[in-house]
Design a protein around this ligand. Structure first.
Ligand code: GLA
Length: 398
């Protein structure tokens, strides 16, 4: 059964009648530009064919009820109580046990979408939402942004909010930052919602301007293989937050609003001002921003076979300077390169999740098998390898 049908069936079971429609948004893989988004820099992600579906319809009593296939117990909140529930310190509704984390993505979107539209709670009806997804969870492929994009699209239409795609991305980020309490940037939401088939989204995270960049993988006989290490990570705690704080410290010491404003030529000055660890964190961001710009230029001038070195340099920088890789991710990248991949790197926030490898179509199985063998040799749990294709972002399906 497809995830779309699962969402419809779950909806009918819980609400007792068919959904008015089904809306969806995509998972994403980031081609390059990691941890640059919250530094107001550049990213180059693309939406993938795995999607999250929200089957939804209005209801008469002013209550938002969400249910999903990964936690079938519905969670309800009156529209009138969204603000009281989520206003206040980031993530307090989740840490205080008021709303389970999975439901905070959807209910947080309802809260942030209403606030963004300027509409009063009393002006919108209640809504039932049933969520199902085929985006692998915890793989670094933005299953959370896909929920946010699907729910934002459904509510935009059912509540007549008139939000533009970029507004919906902002709504998703706000839900994640403030309702869930994960201090993430805006890359995932923009990619999930605004992605296009066969293209990546080149996003300037300061101006929020986007450009579609043709990837041409299929034309060049290339496949994008995801190797999910199955090492789980969370961005609401721990390392992600620490990296973000190091970047903010570094920007303050350099006297700039964000690391976006530091150039590669200024790294010598950064080395004098900062301790070794903070300096290496900053060097990752500054060089990664440049690699994104170089990747866009290379894709346009020479096509995807020429970007391999940039992908590998990005991985090395994350492994050695930003220190967000794990042995499983390094093994996936090294094995893919040894098997002839054009390039490979970990993708997403790090500390687990997936690596991506750009490989000749004919080599996909060989690379996947070699990764499985290398993982087995090192005593790691078996990885999960599958190909992804650059796909379209948020839409109404039914
Ligand atoms: C996670 C966050 C994004 C971004 C990446 C790292 O996916 O949600 O905002 O910071 O990590 O590039």
């Amino acid at each position: 059964m497809t995830a779309l049908v699962q969402a419809q069936e779950l909806f009918a079971r819980v609400a007792g009648s068919p959904a008015a429609g089904v809306w969806s948004s995509a998972g994403r893989a980031n081609l390059i530009g990691e941890h640059t988004d919250y530094n107001e820099g550049f990213v180059l992600p693309f939406a993938i064919q795995h999607r999250t579906y929200a089957a939804a319809a209005t209801r008469g009593d002013g209550v938002v009820r969400v249910v999903s296939t990964f936690a079938e117990q519905p969670v309800e909140l009156p529209v009138a109580e969204l603000a009281a529930t989520f206003d206040g310190p980031a993530g307090h509704a989740v840490t205080g046990g008021v709303v389970p984390e999975w439901a905070a993505y959807a209910l947080g979107v309802a809260w942030a979408a209403l606030a963004a539209s300027g509409r009063a709670a009393a002006d919108v009806p209640g809504v039932d939402i049933a969520i199902a997804s085929d985006v692998p969870i915890g793989a670094g492929l933005s299953s959370s942004a896909a929920i946010e994009g699907a729910v934002a699209s459904a509510l935009d239409e059912l509540w007549g909010l008139g939000l533009a795609p970029l507004d919906m991305a902002r709504v998703g980020r706000r839900a994640e930052n403030e309702a869930v309490g994960a201090p993430t940037g805006i890359m995932d939401q923009v990619s999930s919602i605004m992605g296009r088939a066969d293209a990546a989204t080149f996003l300037d995270c300061r101006s929020l301007e986007t450009q579609s960049v043709d990837l041409g993988f299929a034309r060049e006989g290339l496949s994008l293989l995801v190797i999910d290490t199955r090492v789980k990570h969370s961005h609401s705690t721990g390392g992600y937050r620490e990296r973000r704080e190091a970047c903010e410290r570094g920007a303050a010491a350099m006297g700039v609003p964000a690391l976006r404003d530091v150039t590669v030529a200024e790294l010598d000055r950064a080395r004098e001002l900062l301790d070794d660890v903070t300096f290496r964190r900053i060097r990752h961001i500054v060089t990664e921003n440049q690699r994104v710009l170089d990747t866009v230029e290379t894709l346009r001038a020479q096509g995807p076979r020429a970007i391999g070195d940039l992908l590998v340099a990005s991985h090395v920088s994350m492994r050695d300077d930003f220190e967000i890789s794990v042995p499983e991710l390094d093994t996936a990248v090294e094995t893919a390169l040894a098997e002839g991949a054009v390039g490979a790197r970990m993708t997403g926030g790090g500390f687990g999740g997936a690596a991506i490898a750009l490989v000749d179509e004919a080599r996909v199985d060989a690379v996947a098998e070699a990764a499985a063998a290398a993982f087995a040799d090192r005593g790691f749990a078996a990885p999960h390898a599958f190909t992804v294709v650059p796909s379209e972002g948020a839409r109404r399906d039914v």
